[in-house]
Ligand binder design. Structure first.
Ligand SMILES: [Mg+2]
Length: 304
């Protein structure tokens, strides 16, 4: 008598791989800001098979609930599958199952002073409302994002002006700030905050936030479940996303990083960096199309 061959299911405590995913870019389209159904399906299949799928994003918990959690649950998330989401670059995190989201944790020491956030909200309403909006869902960061119906080039011009105004506001609040190469310490010569312009938003945040903090939280969340992945794949579309793999590599976790927007150039790293070209795809396959291709490849390789 023969039994049909089924791929060995991964051990729950030592899965062969864990996925640490930036969201805007590799998972959510930077144009529509929504997630392709095929990506939802592949992430769901991997998670259900015991491959940890963890989000490490600058986005809010509310964004992840709406764009990722709800579609996964609607697609039929099995009971017992747990997904972790590290949001706001490590300042906020929560986990969810088929029944919905658990408690949202906020590291309040890493939050932006509320009075400053209120002034940014006013600045946007008075001077920048045509091009951008204040993200009311953020709990620790202040983010101001491009309206979808505005051309990105027009937004980028306005963003420069907004960033200058925001830095001026920070000085008035006594907050030391760095933006790219520009450093403006506070009266104690301290820089505690960063203005980070992305292609569709400006984030104002504690300098202690970052994708490296998110990676450390991801390892902690799995450790609390008794899970030690044998290897990690990190996926991102920005230079700052390499900090996930940098941190994992530095802490002796085997890792390869996938860059879904390698047009900025692939830096030399002590770990392997993969792009869509490694899947035999053309240079035009970027963003969530590249993310989808990698997720599908991992699904085929690990689950069959
Ligand atoms: Mg991104």
């Amino acid at each position: 008598m023969t039994t049909p061959e089924t791929p060995a299911s991964p051990s729950p405590s030592t899965p062969p791989l864990a996925l640490l995913l930036d969201v805007d870019g590799p998972v959510a389209s930077p144009v529509t800001r929504t997630v392709q159904p095929a990506i939802i399906a592949d992430m769901l299949a991997l998670a259900a098979a015991g491959i940890p799928v963890i989000f490490n994003t600058g986005r809010s918990a509310a964004f992840i609930r709406e764009q990722v959690m709800d579609p996964m649950i609607a697609a039929g998330m099995p009971a017992g599958t747990l997904i972790h989401a590290i949001c706001e670059k490590g300042a906020v995190w929560f986990s969810y199952t088929s029944t919905g989201a658990g408690a949202v944790h906020v590291d309040h020491e890493l939050a932006i002073p509320r009075a400053f956030g209120d002034d940014v909200r006013r600045l946007v309403a008075e001077d920048y409302a045509r091009h951008m909006f204040f993200d009311e869902t953020k709990l620790a960061m202040v983010s101001v994002e491009q309206h979808i119906d505005v051309a990105n080039s027009d937004y980028r011009d306005e963003q420069e002006l907004f960033d200058t105004d925001a830095i001026g506001l920070m000085a008035r609040h006594g907050l030391g700030v760095v933006r790219l190469e520009h450093h403006a310490p506070d009266s104690d010569d301290q820089i505690d905050y960063r203005v980070d312009p992305t292609i569709i938003s400006t984030d104002i945040e504690s300098v202690r936030l970052g994708k490296d903090l998110g990676a450390s939280r991801a390892v902690e969340l799995l450790a609390a479940q008794g899970i030690t992945p044998l290897a990690w794949r990190t996926v991102g579309d920005s230079r700052t996303d390499y900090a996930m793999a940098d941190w994992l590599h530095h802490n002796d976790h085997p890792v390869k990083h996938v860059d879904v927007r390698p047009a900025d150039g692939v830096p030399v790293k002590p770990y392997e960096v993969l792009t869509a070209a490694d899947l035999g795809l053309g240079a035009e396959v970027i963003h969530d199309d590249a993310g989808a291709a990698f997720l599908h490849r991992w699904r085929s390789a690990l689950i069959g």
